[in-house]
Structures are given as structure tokens and as C-alpha cells.
Design a protein around this ligand. Structure first.
Ligand SMILES: *[C@@H]1O[C@H](CO)[C@@H](O)[C@H](O)[C@H]1NC(C)=O
Length: 166
């Protein structure tokens, strides 16, 4: 049910940009050569109690083989999220994921090699608001490596009260 609602939202995000004539649903940011991330063009607003999709895709240099996707969430005023801000890891055994996010975050496309980092988050609360930052862990020429993308998705979750004003 939640997945269905979120899927519909994702579709409408794409639809809006299709109408403006843009060729993609988001904007691509590249750094360190060919580590690129595409995020939606606008900040995301969602309602507490519901769910949200953060649309995302990424690419890496050919020599880098992605194995795990990690998401962090921190205050937008923090320039970069840190290890203690981890909210999702495709390695289910990771012990650093914040307990408040455990079981609420899922990848839309579980196959990491597809370069699809879109996540959906269930049971939103206002404290889920913030900047969401992606890290991809993998192998660079066979050696363990990882890359944290600087560009972040910004989510604001509003309680019912904020909506009643309108
Ligand atoms: C990611 O995968 C989901 C599920 O297959 C799909 O709906 C979505 O469009 C994909 N997003 C991107 C950015 O490719």
C-alpha cells in the first residue's frame, strides 16, 4: 500500500518535468571525474505519517564496481553528513544504522549494479526532515573503496497542522 502511494509519487515527479520539456526528471552532478549523481530538481515535501520516495540515480568510473549503497541524513546546515548519521545500508549486518530508521527505508531497485539509488521511507515523522546524502561502497580495481557524493536531496516533512493552514 505504502509502496503503491510512493510509486505514484515518483511517477508524478517524473511527469512534472516531462511537461516542462526537460529530458530528464532531475539534475546530474558530477565530481572526481565520473562519479555522478542525479537528484530531483526541487526539494521534496512530504506529510508526517505517510511515505516518500527520494528519486536518485548514480554512476561511477568503469573501474569502480558498486557493491553497497549507504544513505546518511543530517541537518541541512551540516556541510557533510557523518558516519553517525547513517540511516540505510544495503549490508543488513551493518550496526551503524540509526535505530529510528531501521526497517523504514528500502531501495526501489535492490540490484545495486543498476545505478538506481532511489529509496522510499515509510512512517515519516517531522524529524526525518534534513539533507540525505549518498555513499557507494565497492571495489576499485579489486580493492575496497567508497565514494560519498556531495550533492544531497533535501526532504521536509510537515505535520498535519501545517497543512490545515491552507
Ligand atoms: C529505480 O527503480 C525503480 C523500481 O524499479 C523505478 O520505478 C525507478 O524509475 C528507477 N529510478 C531511476 C532513477 O532509474
Amino acid at each position: 500500500m505504502f509502496v503503491l502511494i510512493c510509486a505514484t509519487l515518483l511517477f508524478s515527479v517524473r511527469g512534472i518535468h516531462a511537461e516542462t520539456g526537460a529530458s530528464v526528471w532531475g539534475r546530474q552532478y558530477c565530481e572526481a571525474g565520473t562519479f555522478c549523481i542525479t537528484l530531483g530538481v526541487a526539494d521534496i515535501t512530504a506529510e508526517a505519517g505517510l511515505c516518500v520516495v527520494i528519486p536518485c540515480s548514480f554512476s561511477t568510473p568503469a573501474a569502480f564496481k558498486p557493491k553497497h549503497i549507504v544513505w546518511y541524513k543530517c541537518k541541512t546546515s551540516n556541510q557533510r553528513c557523518g558516519d553517525s548519521d547513517m540511516i540505510f545500508h544495503t549490508n543488513k549486518h551493518s550496526t551503524k544504522v540509526q535505530s529510528l530508521f531501521k526497517g523504514r527505508v528500502s531501495l526501489l531497485q535492490p540490484d545495486v549494479s543498476q545505478g538506481n539509488c532511489s529509496i522510499f521511507i515509510n512512517d515519516l515523522t517531522e524529524s526525518d526532515s534534513g539533507a540525505y546524502q549518498l555513499r557507494v561502497n565497492g571495489l576499485l580495481d579489486g580493492i575496497s573503496d567508497g565514494f560519498t557524493y556531495s550533492e544531497r536531496a533535501v526532504l521536509s516533512v510537515k505535520g498535519m497542522e501545517s497543512y490545515n493552514k491552507y
